[in-house]
Design a protein around this ligand. Sequence first.
Ligand code: ADP
Length: 498
Amino acid sequence: RYSTAAAIEEPVTPPVKVGYTQLLIDGKFVEAVSGKTFPTLDPRTGDVIAHVAEGDAEDINRAVAAARKAFDEGPWPRMTAYERQMVLLRFADLLEKHNDEIAALETWDNGKPYEQAANVEVPMTTRLFRYYAGWADKIHGLTVPADGPHHVQTLHEPIGVAGQIIPWNFPLLMFAWKVGPALACGNTIVLKTAEQTPLSALVVSKLLHEAGLPEGVLNVVSGFGPTAGAALASHMNVDKLAFTGSTGTGKIVLELAAKSNLKPVTLELGGKSPFIVCDDADVDKAVELAHFALFFNQGQCCCAGSRTYVHERVYDEFVEKAKERAGKRSVGDPFRSGIEQGPQVDSEQLEKILGYIRSGIESGATLETGGERFGNKGYYVQPTVFSNVKDDMLIAKDEIFGPVQSILKFKDLGDVIKRANNSPYGLAAGVFTQNIDAANTLTRALRVGTVWVNCFDVFDAGIPFGGYKMSGHGREKGIYSLKNYLQVKSVVTPLKNP
Ligand code: ADP
């Protein structure tokens, strides 16, 4: 059923070289103060791609000092909004020009199919920077009617030095969601990339400087969470923290922020999103969309539709077809064309996913297809489908972050609403129906930050994204993200000098 040959064939040579491996501080590439490096691995083989400078607390100190100076004394917050806009637009042009090589680097470091990196992730990154370039000169306050003879206005000012910590599943897009709005508002930044995927952010940050970003405005530190990440979250000179990652780590960084200088924190955390297939569904279309909702990006999406709730009337047909679709998914070297699924990002994720698959089997769910590692080299997992999944099974409660679909049966809307909402998470949901009443009932009842009706994973730059409950605080993208990076200052002046 699987074309196992693809995974065990000799891997394709990546059509790109690693450009930068050092830390980017104050506009220059530098070694870590400690001189330490760590290897970043090719998930197709486990081989070392490059040794990357390993930043820790001392490097974070240096990076924050550079960002502070760039904010307090540098040109960036002082230049006209139009000039900042032009930097972002020139950067977007450079991203477009280097689209394919950036995509290749992303695939090499992360394992995602090159065609998706080149056609989706990098273009969406470019689009997002153009979107926020558009906002740069449209950020302004209000004049407020006063009770007395006062002229009252609000100034929307940049918040200062932003600390940003990103994950490995969409390294470039997460870079964009963080850096785009922060720069449009005139802030300076210290960004910590994920230790699994440090490479692409360094290359695009170099391009940002080519586009005219002044030195010190964007500092990029590669390194680990408990060292570099924690130092950033607890830094007294960082004015705002934006974090995307697991809910457990979100709790840690929120606490570090509170214990240090009470910097405001936005959190984009885990999820266990329901994908609800109603009784009127065209089953073939529902299967295809539910498959995409779960398996996209090797299942490594915080919003993955990882609880597939199917109405009992169409359940049996759905399960049969979902199994067939997963069995046909093309898995293999992400640089080969036509590949839908590459390796998971690292051995830790591989082991974690295989552990959840074992747990699914042990807890009595029916393994319809897959269930094992794919091939014997690299971190590939067979596309896996479980049916007869019950709400209290671990595979229906925990975020698996892998290509494992769990199908659950439901009776009516009241039943599925209760069960879909019975989760500590509230990031997203999918609803599949042509029945407008069912769609309206579900979209209003679901306690989640995004509901996709008859679509999934639509991530336009203007659409806000974020979670209810333990999926996070705040919204990224769109107009909503600007608020995370601005302070509001009220200025009151008597209308006539006393
Ligand atoms: P994942 O399970 O997706 O790897 P994490 O939450 O562990 O999610 O990682 C997301 C980001 O958070 C990464 O950049 C990681 O280095 C960072 N991180 C991990 N632990 C900490 C920590 N204790 N403090 C700050 N950042 C951390």
